[in-house]
Structure formats: structure tokens, C-alpha cells
Write a protein that binds this ligand. Structure first.
Ligand SMILES: [Zn+2]
Ligand SMILES: [Zn+2]
Length: 374
């Protein structure tokens, strides 16, 4: 039997190490090596997938049952850490500011506990240490392999600094939004700033497009469906007395319902192209689809709630977010559930002073284990 005190100590030390040595999306080489080292020290089987970064541990139960997957994302962010933690980042300009270091360690703890409880485990659990969540596309690296081929359910979790340690946020239905990106290039005709009649001003056209895009949410989308569009970058010109030939803008669309995603893509293209046309310019729209919305299966959410209550956690309604998670790519194939684990109230995720209370590590590992034991 694993000594719980000893396990907790090891998890905390591992957490400090991961926090000190953060690695960005697709560069998680040392992180992956450390995860492997810890799994091997507990004699946990690692599947022989040839992933560049990230890896998959497997725990085979002694009873028949489904194949379940637990997703733990492992990458950090390009942020200069501003905490006074003794184990703050030793890699300048990189930081675990989204709590993925906690995800790794809770996943490792869960793998250890499941391994020990193989007699009670029905079926198989794959613990997937996934790269590059912050890129929104890391899950696709896992989906390129056959890791998910026989998986029946997928579970995910995220550190939540809006709640105290000991609080679990659960909601059935949509919890994060679909994340799409657009780039609009407006092509006009450049000329002297004093002779606009000689050209076609792409800046004026862009301004009209930005205004009109906001009519999608207010006039086209069902008022009961959450969605938004933000133009976040607009770029044109080089000086004060020249009208440039081109303007480029980009932004993001967030939706929950699949039909709204389709509607936005169609309307953004239509508005940009036709507005530009009305001004004698041309607009070229590039649409870059990211992950869909994350949707919590009711039965799975109920199990998460039941287990949390049995274990003495406080259960609150998980807040839905217009942020996204590439976890949703897995849910395009199979049912899933994604819960929020309170990590101590403090600075939000992606903030330079974000911090996780290490006291949540072992309880989170135990909670995930209970869910997977069913
Ligand atoms: Zn993040
Ligand atoms: Zn995250």
C-alpha cells in the first residue's frame, strides 16, 4: 500500500519541479521526460506511442469494463512570473500560469492510486498527458494516433482560482465555447491623404466592417444562445499623409451551439465581402476553426457530483466560460465531462501572479481516482 503521506510529499515535490521548469506548447520535452520518470518509478505501463511531446499511461483493471480516458494538459505560457513563491519559474519568460503543472501532478497521483486499486477497477484507464493545450490544437496530436480508438468516455478537469481549495465546480451541458478565428484583408487603392478621390480607402472600409460585424450577435443569433465576436487587431498604414492600399484585421468568434458557429462563419464572410464591395474595395476572409464547445454529459456530471459530495468536497455550479479548451475535440467522438477544481481564491489563470495551493494535489488525485473507479 502506498503511504499517503509519502505520496503527497512526492506529488508536492514533483509539482514544485514542474512549476520551476515550465515549457511552452509543443516544447514539453523535459516535462515529458519527468512524467515518464515518475510513472516508471511506480511501475506504471506507458503505451508505446511515438508522440513528440506528451505521453499516455495505462492502468488495466482486473475486472471487465469500459475504456476511460483522463486528459491532463502539460504546457505552460510565455508569461514572466510575478509571484514570491520559493518554487517560482526558473525559466525567464515562461510560467505555469494556467495550472497545468497541477493537472500533470494530479494525473500522476491518480495513475498511482488507480494502479494500486486495479482489483477494484472495471476496465481500463488511459491517462493522457497532452501537449499544447494553450495552442488550442494539442488535442489533435493525440487524435492523429489511435489512442482514442477504443475509448468510451473522456474526463477532464481544470484548476479554478475563483474557488477555494475543497470546492468542485460541476455543470451539465456547455461549459466552454467553440473558438474560431478570422482574418480579414481589405484591399483598396492607396493614394495621397489629400486626394482620397484618387484611391479607395481600406481604413474607412474596415471601420464599416467592424461596426457591421457586431450586428450578427444582436440581429442574427438566437437571443437565448450565448455568443460573441471581438475584433482584436487592426493594422493599416505607415504614416499620416498616405492612404494605404490595404488593411488587415483579425479577431475571434465564440459560440456554444453548433448552428451558431456555421451562422457566424457565413455572416462574417458576407458582411466583410459585401461591405467592401459597396465601397469599391475587396475583402478576403480567412476562417480558422478551433475547438468546438465543451459539453458535459449529464450522467457523467452526476457521477462527478455524487463522488465529490461523498468525499466531502463542496459542490458549486461550474461557471460557463466563453474561453475554450481543446478537450472539446475529444468530445466530438465520445461523451465527456470537464470539472473545475478550486485551487484557492486568487489571481485569475494566465495572470503573472496566478498560484495553485499545493494542498489540493493529493485530494484532486483521490477525487479523480474515485470518479474513474465509478
Ligand atoms: Zn490556459
Ligand atoms: Zn488551462
Amino acid at each position: 500500500m502506498t503511504d499517503m503521506k509519502q505520496l503527497e510529499e512526492r506529488l508536492k515535490n514533483a509539482f514544485y519541479w514542474f512549476h520551476e521548469y515550465p515549457e511552452l506548447s509543443y516544447e514539453e520535452y523535459n516535462t515529458t521526460a519527468k512524467i515518464r520518470e515518475i510513472l516508471e518509478s511506480y511501475h506504471i505501463e506507458i503505451l508505446p506511442y511515438d508522440l513528440e511531446t506528451g505521453l499516455v499511461a495505462v492502468i488495466r483493471g482486473e475486472q471487465d469494463g469500459p475504456v476511460q480516458m483522463l486528459r491532463c494538459d502539460i504546457d505552460a505560457l510565455p508569461i514572466v512570473e510575478q509571484t514570491a513563491l520559493s518554487y517560482r519559474s526558473k525559466t525567464e519568460g515562461k510560467m505555469h500560469a494556467c495550472g497545468h503543472d497541477m493537472h500533470i501532478v494530479a494525473g500522476l497521483g491518480c495513475a498511482v492510486l488507480l494502479q494500486e486499486n486495479r482489483d477494484k477497477l472495471r476496465g481500463t484507464v488511459k491517462v493522457v498527458f497532452q501537449p499544447a493545450e494553450e495552442s488550442s490544437l494539442g488535442a489533435l496530436k493525440i487524435l492523429e494516433t489511435d489512442i482514442m480508438e477504443n475509448v468510451d468516455f473522456v474526463w477532464g478537469f481544470h484548476a479554478d482560482p475563483t474557488n477555494a481549495a475543497g470546492v468542485i465546480g460541476i455543470r451539465e451541458g456547455y461549459v466552454t465555447a467553440a473558438v474560431d478565428r478570422f482574418v480579414i484583408t481589405v484591399k483598396g487603392i492607396g493614394c495621397h491623404g489629400a486626394h482620397p478621390d484618387d484611391g479607395i480607402d481600406p481604413i474607412l472600409v474596415s471601420a464599416a466592417i467592424v461596426q457591421a460585424l457586431q450586428s450578427i450577435v444582436s440581429r442574427n443569433v438566437n437571443a437565448f444562445h450565448p455568443s460573441l465576436l471581438s475584433v482584436t487587431r487592426i493594422c493599416a498604414g505607415t504614416t499620416w499623409n498616405v492612404i494605404p492600399p490595404e488593411a488587415v484585421m483579425e479577431g475571434t468568434v465564440r459560440t456554444m451551439e453548433r448552428e451558431d458557429r456555421v451562422l457566424y462563419e457565413k455572416k462574417v464572410k458576407e458582411i466583410a465581402e459585401k461591405t467592401a464591395q459597396a465601397y469599391g474595395a475587396e475583402a478576403v476572409v480567412q476562417w480558422i476553426a478551433g475547438p468546438p464547445a465543451t459539453y458535459n454529459d449529464k450522467k457523467m456530471a452526476d457521477l462527478c457530483e455524487q463522488k465529490a459530495k461523498e468525499m466531502g468536497f463542496e459542490v458549486v455550479l461550474e461557471e460557463s466560460s466563453m474561453g475554450g479548451d481543446d478537450f472539446a475535440f475529444y468530445e466530438e467522438k465520445i461523451p465527456g465531462c470537464y470539472v473545475k477544481v478550486g485551487t484557492g481564491v486568487g489571481h485569475p489563470i494566465h495572470h503573472p501572479a496566478f498560484a495553485v495551493n499545493p494542498e489540493v494535489l493529493l485530494p484532486t488525485a483521490k477525487y479523480l481516482t474515485e470518479i474513474l473507479l465509478g
